[in-house]
Write a protein that binds this ligand. Sequence first.
Ligand code: 13P
Ligand code: SF4
Length: 361
Amino acid sequence: MGALNQAAFANSLAGQQPTGALLRHGVVPMPNLAWTPEVERETAHLYEKVKAIIPPVEWPFHAPYVKAINDLKRERNAVILAHNYQTAEIYNCVADVVGDSLQLARLAAASEADIIVQGGVHFMAETSKLLNPDKTVLIPDSRAGCSLAESITGADVRALRAAYPGVPVVAYVNTSAEVKAEVDICCTSSNALKVVESMGSDRVIFLPDQYLAKNVQAQTKVKIIAWKGACEVHERFTAEELLRYRADDPSIQIIAHPECTPEVVAVSDFAGSTAAMIDYVKTKKPRRVVLVTECSMADNVAAETGGITEFVRPCNLCPHMKRITLPKILDSLVYMREEVTIDPALAGRARASVQRMIDLG
Ligand code: 13P
Ligand code: SF4
């Protein structure tokens, strides 16, 4: 590091501990965040993508961050993986890859970048790190948790194994690396049924989502032993509220995520992962649709489908997903924080559980 860089390094670290990632990747100055004609010109094509969602008066607040983040991604050879629940400005304007948990896990495994910034919650960033042990994985706010991941620990899984000796254990990816290290295989909402049936057992322990477990149980003869976790966003939807939409408009299409209760799934026209829900809207082009899931997804699908479908939004916000913002993503890329690390004592076993799922295809 040259003398100038040393000084910049010292300044940038005022009030914070240097992390391994900052030492490895070096220091860059915080970009200028003014709304200038140059910023307006260089981000105009991105505003086109979100103009139906973000009013013109708000764009000057987002655009300087969008430009700074996209410039820094190139400079640092970084990619941003964004879950379908990320806000419109993240999903459409700075993400390199968007998708559901399975797509993000697969694309994380294929990434050529030196640095991965996870636009999503902590378990997703851990999955990226498990699949990219030699890369720097950053999460813009490590408090971005998940009620499902927090509902179970590694010790709970060991207790389940003791209570049901020999019964294979399938974990939804919405779990910590500590839990993944204790299970036989992971699954996501898009492959849960396939994974359960691949275990070759008449009984399977399925954790931690009690509702996804019940929704899978409805489709298989395998006896599912469930944990008691729930998604705090999806469990709030009720069949009654959805039936009111249908009573008002019998031709409306109701599409739900399988983290919803079986009662909600039963009154829906389709249930699937966030990616499957998006595909359904893009392929079937319904006139009106109720997306029974997190709020940002309707914005993101609406931006991509350009007004063909009218979205009715009884949505609930995921407070964890919403911790990720453009300013925090920029801080991640400038200060290389917050770096995701996994205890080496469990990383190998946790990685094997995720890899078995990916190998299933
Ligand atoms: P998907 O895998 O369907 O994107 O779901 C992840 C999630 O956290 C939904 O709440
Ligand atoms: Fe977790 Fe639910 Fe938020 Fe998804 S929507 S991250 S399952 S709390």
